[in-house]
Structures are given as C-alpha cells and as structure tokens.
Design a protein around this ligand. Structure first.
Ligand code: NDP
Ligand code: HSE
Length: 433
C-alpha cells in the first residue's frame, strides 16, 4: 500500500480551517481521487494559543513555519497566509526546502509571481494557485489547460466577492455600505485589509493573473486602471435600476492592437444578463476564445468551503503529479514572459452620468451643450422633482449613446469645472450584453 502524503498547512484562518476540515472530513473521497491517503501532518499559525473551530489531527499546531519547511516527511505545503510579508519569505523557505506549494494568495502572486515561479522551477517544485482567483470557480485550470487550444480574445468578470456582496445587499435591502462591509468581514469574505476589496485592488490583482494565463504576458497589476466601489451609493443603484441596470465591479481585459485594454471599475450591467444576476459573494467570468466562442463561469468567489474546494483540488493535483506537468509545460508566470503593454479601455460604450447640478434655469442646456461639444449624444435624462429652494442641488442622471471613454472623461472634467455643478460627477460605463 502507498504511504500517505503528508501536508503542512501554513495559515488556519478562514481558508486554512476549511482546508483542514475538508482534508479530514472527506479523507476517503479524496483518497479515491489522489490514489493515496492525504493527511494533515501539522499546521502553523501566527498565534497557536488561539481557540480554533477546527482541530488539526493530533493537535500538531505551532507558530514557526520552519516546523513545516524543515520536516522531511512533509512534501506539500498549503500557504494560506495573506499579504506580501511574511507570506513571501515563507513561500521562499518552503520551496528552498523542497516542498510543492499550493496557495490562495493572489496579492503575493501578482506582486512576486515571476521570482517565486522561477525559484520553484530551479528547485524542481510546483506552485498551484487555483484558489487565488474566483474562489471555487476552476478558472485557472479552464484558461491554463482546458482552453489551451484557443487564442483568448477577452476576459470580463466579477472577481471580488466582498464588493459584489456589498452592492447586492445595498440594492436588494437598501443596506448601509459600512454595515454590509462589516458583515462581509464577519463571513470571512473580505481580505485582512478590506480596503483591498472595495478599492478594486483585489480584483485587479486577480485580473492580472488571469491575463497572464490567457495572453502569455506579465501584467504589472498596478498599471491597470482601477476604480473601486467606495463611491457607489444607494441613489446610484436606484437610478441604475430605474434604467433597467444593476451596478457591479467589472474587470475587463481584451486584446487591442498589440496592447491589452484593461480596467477594473464599477459598471452598469443590464438586468437579466448573467453579470447582473451574479449576486452576493458569487463571482462570474466570461471568456471569449477564438475556437470555443464565449464561455461563462459562475460560482462562489469567496468564503471558506468554496475556496477550500479549490485548494484541496490543487493538493490532489500536486499529489498525482498533474500540477507538476501543468507547471512545467505552461511556463506559467515565467520570468522571461514579455511585459504587457497596458492601455485603458476606449471601446465605444454607452455611459451613465450622475451630476449634482444647481437647480437653476439653463443648467440642463449648459450640461448637454458641453456633452455636445465633445461629440457625445444623449439617450435619456432623469431629473426628479426637488426642493423649491433657490440654492438646491439636484441629481441629474444622463444616459449617453456610445462614445469612447476618453471623450466622456474630458467632457465630465469640463462639466465638473463649471459653476453649475456641485461636487464631482460619477461616470460609469454601461454593458448591454
Ligand atoms: P485569515 O486572515 O482568515 O487567516 C490568515 C491565517 O494566517 C491565520 O490563521 C493567521 O494565524 C495566519 N498567519 C498570519 N501571519 C502568520 C505567520 N507569520 N505565520 C504563520 N501563520 C500566519 O485569511 P484568509 O483565510 O481569509 O485568507 C488567506 C489567503 O487566502 C489570503 O491570501 C486571501 O487573499 C486568500 N483567499 C481568501 C478567500 C476568502 O474567502 N477568505 C478566498 C480566496 C482567497 P492566526 O489564526 O493565529 O491569526
Ligand atoms: N476578499 C476576496 C473576495 C476573497 O472578496 O473576493 C476571495 O479572493
């Protein structure tokens, strides 16, 4: 009979606890897929004295990652600590000491991927990272393996569960932004620093990883134009609904004349389309490949057990040798990959504007005049009755016909600099399909 494979788990928070639970509770099922018993040999955490919902078999838990990296009986380590440090140091140490690594840490891969993958190659080890993008959705395997015959044309998706959870609760229950963010933290969806979820950083790092897999170029995530959901309020969600749309944080990457057109920003998505129907902590990814056409993936993108599902699948892949083959043959996050030339998205989309205007005669004409000067034509306007006070500021909502985003940005800058507007306007692109 085969010896069991011994796994070390570094980090036993939301994801790590789920991984230990799954490896213990589904051990027989997992053994059938892996061909060998997989046992959790030990876990390492920051504070070993903390009370835990899930127990490591034999209570083998410590506060020093070297207890895993220096243990010759452990061949696979799951690195489930977030952030850059000490996660990077731990990953280097695990690889240096001959462990194959499975991780869910996208911040680490988006920042230090080529250096870490180069080290793994030199050491003859693999790094598997299905859980790093879109939680339980097997999108890394889909792009890296199943769609390998395709030239990928575009990726569009919802890649952050926390921000989708917040937007959904606000639109469905009228919930307060700060309250729902706190709930997302309680449920374990949010990053340790939740500003990374709401300011679009997390989705941008995931998009950079997917774009690398899909387009074969190294994508420095910080160069991708990014806007978060912090400025989305209930009024915006209500106006969008009145026009037949929802607001979602959308990540896009597509080939465009030798560049990658990329962006992460809130956008209006038409009610009834798959992105608009992606609710709560669900993620969705739509990919267009030249042979397969458009494919759509949907599933829980954050949370304990969906993420653990992806981590454990990677552990099984590592044990049976599939991860090593994929790692070797795809050249994923190869240090020699050319850097992407990144541009913003300037495809002609319709745009939604909310402008807070002073309620005076002639204001509408001024605004529409500025849009006209920039070659932008208007599809519809909403202005509800407001207070009759002479100095009242009222929201003016405009849906434009299709126009490039640079033209609309210039027009909005001119509008915001005018004396009929109060505060900064909101400008979001509109996705009708
Ligand atoms: P948590 O904050 O819940 O858990 C982090 C764990 O890391 C804790 O167990 C903590 O120990 C441990 N830790 C922190 N510093 C050290 C250290 N120096 N040495 C050893 N252990 C340490 O994070 P999550 O489980 O939510 O996330 C882990 C990773 O998975 C992150 O990269 C995240 O982005 C990613 N991810 C998370 C998802 C989710 O839904 N939560 C989904 C997909 C990916 P202690 O318990 O003692 O504090
Ligand atoms: N904080 C992340 C999210 C976890 O909300 O999507 C999953 O990567």
């Amino acid at each position: 009979m085969n010896e069991p494979v011994r796994v070390g788990v570094v980090g036993m928070g939301t994801v790590g606890s789920g991984v230990v639970r799954l490896l213990v509770e589904s051990a027989d099922h997992i053994e059938r897929h892996a061909g060998r018993r997989i046992v959790v040999e030990k876990a390492v955490v920051k504070d070993p004295s903390k009370a835990r919902d899930v127990q490591v078999p034999g209570g083998r838990i410590s506060g020093d990652f070297r207890d895993i990296s220096r243990d010759p009986s452990i061949s696979v380590a799951a690195l489930l600590v977030g952030g850059l440090e000490p996660a990077r140091t731990i990953m280097v140490d695990l690889l240096e000491h001959g462990k194959d690594v499975v991780t869910a840490n996208k911040a680490l891969l988006a920042e230090h991927g080529p250096e870490l993958f180069e080290l793994a190659r030199r050491k003859g080890r693999s790094i598997a990272f299905e859980a790093a993008v879109a939680g339980g959705i097997p999108i890394v395997a889909a792009i890296g393996e199943c769609l390998a015959a395709n030239r990928i044309e575009s990726i569009r998706g919802i890649l952050n569960g926390t921000s989708n959870f917040i937007l959904t609760r606000m639109e469905e229950d009228g919930a307060d932004y700060a309250d729902v963010l706190a709930l997302a933290q309680q449920k374990g969806f949010a990053e340790a620093d939740p500003s990374m979820d709401v300011d679009g950083t997390d989705a941008t790092q995931k998009l950079a990883i997917l774009a690398h897999l899909a387009f074969g170029v190294w994508v420095p995530w910080a160069e991708i134009p990014r806007m978060g959901i912090e400025g989305i309020d209930l009024d915006l969600l209500t106006y969008a609904a009145e026009l037949g749309y929802r607001i979602r944080l959308i990540a896009v990457a597509s080939r465009s004349e030798g560049r990658l057109a990329m962006r992460v920003a809130p956008a209006l998505v038409k009610i009834g389309t798959p992105l608009a129907e992606t609710r709560g902590a669900y993620n969705a990814v739509s990919i267009v490949g030249d042979a397969v056409g458009r494919m759509f993936f949907h599933g829980l993108g954050a949370g304990q057990m969906p993420t653990a599902s992806a981590v454990v699948a990677d552990i099984i892949d590592t044990v049976v040798g599939r991860a090593a083959i994929t790692f070797r043959t795809t050249g994923v996050l190869d240090a020699d990959s050319p850097a992407a030339k990144i541009g913003g998205v300037d495809a002609p989309d319709r745009h939604f504007l909310r402008i807070r205007v002073k309620d005076r005669p002639g204001v509408l004409a001024r605004i529409t005049g500025i849009l006209g000067d920039h070659g932008i034509s208007i599809a519809s306007v909403i202005q509800h009755d407001a207070s009759s006070a002479s100095d009242a500021v009222v929201p003016l909502v405009i849906m434009t016909h299709a126009c490039g985003s640079s033209a609309i940005q210039r027009a909005v800058a001119t509008i915001d600099a005018s004396d009929v507007v109060s505060g900064r306007s909101v400008c979001l692109s509109v996705l009708d399909d």
